[in-house]
Design a protein around this ligand. Structure first.
Ligand SMILES: NC(=O)c1ccc[n+]([C@@H]2O[C@H](COP(=O)([O-])OP(=O)(O)OC[C@H]3O[C@@H](n4cnc5c(N)ncnc54)[C@H](O)[C@@H]3O)[C@@H](O)[C@H]2O)c1
Length: 419
């Protein structure tokens, strides 16, 4: 056999070796290469699992970003780890729906108010970082004093009618005076909601609007389901609030449909509890404050108009379930137990002073005759329903009012030492 022939044979053998199907597998199985491959995969998995938690976007100082920093949009909804000394505080509170062990950055507008401050308590207890934006129009710093030393909490004095740039995962938009004594214009509901929707869009946050049962006006359907469109006077004294919230709902749905923003809408029915404004003109706070001060309880009209009263912890649970759930809403959040004003006055008498008097006055304009939520949608889709009855909840509110009105030694500020 000549040299040429030998070379040809060896090339043929090489090519056969090259294209043999089982060769790669044999190659990997030789000399512990397979073990090395497995170790490589394991190391890569560990690296990829750890890198997101040290993403600079999630560790931005104070939650503030510059307007031009578009890179922060990426991975915004990835929850980040907390390394502060307050993580042990997250032991409290019920943790809703699949959020155990994760923490989020959450903006609560109106967080110094009645509902907002209770919501902040629950979010902080869950382990989240919370920024409150409030102009203190009806809210009070005292409602949040116990969080001021917590590094997971920030309080910013700001009017939502002006834009603001913050970096968060979720926005609970509550800022709006909720009592007839204080709501005098449309601006907070319209401009404030528009600004917060704009912020949510810009940073990719989920947005929850706290709307109201007032969107049903003086309802012609009873009880009110979310499908009812309402009976609202567009030019009355309450219109700035009723129509303001209706506009806020419209804007929220516009952003959802047109700009793909993740939104949630809650329609809140009368809520009561500790930290309500003492003289804010809402019926439960009026009756309680009057009975404690030994003044007659003011009943407007014949007192036969009905309302339903929800304890604040039930509302907060509903709001959090709505935010974490998959449904846009709107959802009625209220207690379907229905009371006339006179029945409410009787419960207040039983709780505070059986001799408390009732004084009748002419009814206010556009006061709805009946109000009672149909909460079947919230029961079905959020697995939510109120659990605290008026008889259980009222004494808790009375204790708080008594302390604030008569200045008992133990008040909110004492809880500062608990933080
Ligand atoms: N409490 C209820 O029974 C009830 C019922 C229906 C709807 N809601 C809604 O729930 C939300 C909270 O209500 P609440 O009862 O806690 O009222 P609240 O008045 O106690 O709280 C509202 C908070 O918003 C702040 N605020 C008002 N205007 C602002 C502005 N322009 N910029 C920044 N902050 C501003 C206030 O200072 C206050 O802290 C409101 O949107 C209200 O419409 C409440």
């Amino acid at each position: 056999m000549g040299t040429d022939q030998l070379l040809r044979n060896s090339n043929v053998q090489k090519n056969q070796k090259k294209f043999c199907v089982t060769y790669p597998f044999r190659y990997i199985l030789q000399e512990q290469r397979f073990v090395c491959l497995l170790v490589g995969i394991a190391v890569a998995s560990v690296v990829f699992a750890v890198v997101p938690s040290i993403n600079p976007a999630t560790s931005s100082p104070k939650g503030l970003i510059s307007a031009s920093d578009e890179s922060f949009r990426v991975h915004r909804r990835v929850a980040y780890e907390l390394h502060d000394g307050f993580s042990h505080l997250s032991a409290g509170g019920r943790i809703p729906l699949g959020l155990k062990g994760k923490s989020l950055r959450i903006l609560v507008t109106g967080g110094a108010g009645f509902v907002g401050s209770h919501l902040v308590d629950r979010l902080i207890a869950r382990g989240d970082s919370v920024i409150v934006v409030d102009n203190f129009f009806t809210g009070r710093k005292e409602n949040l004093l116990h969080h001021l030393r917590n590094p997971r909490f920030e309080l910013i004095r700001h009017d939502v009618v002006e834009p603001i740039l913050l970096e968060v995962d979720q926005i609970y938009h509550l800022a709006c005076p909720a009592s007839p004594v204080h709501y005098k214009d449309h601006k907070t509901n319209v401009m404030g909601t528009l600004n917060m929707l704009g912020l949510a869009k810009r940073i990719g946050a989920r947005f929850l609007l706290t709307s109201t049962s007032e969107v049903y006006g003086d309802p012609l359907e009873h009880p009110q389901a979310e499908t009812y469109w309402g009976n609202v006077n567009p030019i009355g004294v309450r219109s700035c609030y009723d129509e303001g919230k209706r506009t806020a709902e419209t804007l929220t749905m516009d952003y959802h449909r047109g700009l793909n923003l993740e939104v949630r809408i809650a329609r809140i029915f009368n809520t009561y509890g500790p930290r309500m404004g003492i003289d804010d003109g809402r019926v439960v706070s009026n009756f309680v404050a009057q009975a404690l001060r030994k003044e007659p309880m003011t009943v407007y009209g014949d007192g036969k108009q009905t309302r339903s009263f929800q304890y604040v912890s039930d509302l907060v649970e509903g709001l959090m379930r709505l935010m974490e759930g998959d449904h846009v809403g709107p959802f009625n959040l209220g207690n379907p137990g229905e009371f006339t004003m006179l029945e409410l006055a009787k419960v207040v008498q039983d709780t505070i002073d059986p001799n408390a008097k009732i004084e009748f006055r002419a009814n206010t304009e556009d006061d709805p005759h009946k109000r009672k939520p149909d909460i079947s949608k919230a029961k079905r889709l959020l697995g939510w329903q109120p659990t605290v009855s008026l008889k259980e909840g009222l004494p808790r509110m009375v204790d708080d009012f008594r302390q604030r009105i008569f200045g008992d030694e133990k008040d909110n500020t004492d809880t500062l030492s608990d933080a």
